[in-house]
Design a protein around this ligand. Structure first.
Ligand SMILES: NC(=O)c1ccc[n+]([C@@H]2O[C@H](COP(=O)([O-])OP(=O)(O)OC[C@H]3O[C@@H](n4cnc5c(N)ncnc54)[C@H](O)[C@@H]3O)[C@@H](O)[C@H]2O)c1
Length: 327
């Protein structure tokens, strides 16, 4: 698969003010993109994540919604976009509060983009799926052929989006493909409120002098990958991913919540209590990924979990605002 190089291209990143999207924006600028067009409705995104990128005159931020076709058409009328990286989504935990909207955001956004691509408004689409589409493992390690058994409406919307991409490629020969990250961690991952993930929540609790929590048995495991490794893989895959295909982006390391929380505590010098809480509904038990495909496609380099965690905790120590009086 030969694609135009990133250097000199105008590229859209939807959800580009979010965690992974903002790191991708930084990388695309560093690789010599002509313009990087960020579309983010700021549901969870933040201008702080784009602080460096927005100092660069090649970055354009549209605080707008990819669920509105006219918003996308307006942006496309202003920039000659070649490639779209579709990172926009509403966080998994949101699907417990507003299940239908979490589903429809994941579906409507991608359909709008595929329609624009079908009409020839841009050339290449890299869609961000998630390991959540697999649900709990039917077999391990989970490769790209693993059945999709979403346990949340977030994941169901993501699975539907994957099917939409695959069917548009079959029907119209579009140059679209799917990358499927497993759990990411690293600087800029949201730590606020109900939508935060386990590493940021734990760091924020400790910094605010609140005991960290383990839900359920703690035996549930995840495959944590540092965001810089994901972005590096996304960049390298751009030149080689066959259209219509998907690829897992993960490490080979399983870590259980029972191991993870004490490691964060140790890194943060916290020796206090760890609270035990009831299991969360629809919590996936295990996500053990198969990495064979990505290793066959690119030179895939991984940061060690120890150094990635250290760098992440250092970022939270600098960036988490302490709420005085919390206990
Ligand atoms: N973080 C992970 O561990 C992880 C794992 C697997 C897959 N992914 C996928 O990677 C992508 C990026 O995830 P993230 O962790 O950076 O999430 P994030 O929530 O930090 O970023 C998503 C961004 O999309 C924006 N957004 C939401 N709805 C929108 C809409 N309708 N229009 C425009 N913008 C909208 C949000 O404001 C946010 O900035 C997502 O597609 C996600 O499913 C993430």
């Amino acid at each position: 698969m030969i694609r135009k190089t990133i250097n000199g291209q105008t590229i859209m990143v939807t959800g580009g003010a979010g965690f992974i999207g903002s790191h991708l924006v930084d990388r695309l600028l560093a690789e010599g993109a002509h313009e990087v067009i960020v579309v983010d409705n700021m549901f969870l995104g933040s201008e702080d994540n784009l602080a460096a990128a927005l100092k660069d005159s090649r970055t354009f931020l549209y605080k707008d919604d990819i669920e509105f076709p006219t918003s996308l058409e307006y942006i496309f009328s202003r920039h000659k976009i070649h490639t779209v990286f579709n990172c926009a989504t509403k966080a998994l935990n949101y699907s417990f509060m507003n299940p239908a909207n979490a589903f429809s955001t994941n579906v409507t956004g991608i359909l709008n983009l595929l329609e624009l691509q079908r009409r020839g408004l841009f050339e290449t689409l890299c869609h961000f799926s998630t390991s959540e589409v697999y649900g709990s493992a039917v077999y391990e390690p989970m490769d790209e052929m693993h059945p999709k058994n979403p346990t949340t409406t977030y994941a169901a919307g993501k699975a539907a989006a994957d099917l939409a991409v695959e069917s548009y490629v079959r029907m119209f020969g579009l140059d679209s493909y799917i990358i499927r990250p497993f759990n990411n961690y690293g600087p800029r991952q949201n730590y606020k409120g109900m939508l935060a993930g386990i590493i940021p929540i734990t760091a924020a609790r400790i910094l605010n002098n609140i005991s960290p929590e383990i839900h359920g048995s703690g035996n549930q495991s995840r495959d944590f990958i540092h965001v810089s490794d994901t972005v590096d893989a996304v960049f390298k895959l751009y030149n080689v991913m066959p259209k219509g295909e998907s690829v897992n982006i993960s490490t080979d390391n399983q870590i259980s919540v029972n191991e993870l929380i004490p490691r964060i505590c140790k890194e943060m010098g916290y020796a206090g209590e760890i609270l035990r809480k009831p299991e969360r509904a629809a919590d996936v038990e295990c996500h053990n990924a198969c990495n064979k495909k990505i290793h066959n496609l690119i030179d895939f380099q991984l940061t060690s979990f120890d150094s990635g965690l250290r760098d992440t905790i250092a970022w939270y120590k600098e960036n988490i605002k302490i709420s005085h009086g919390n206990k």
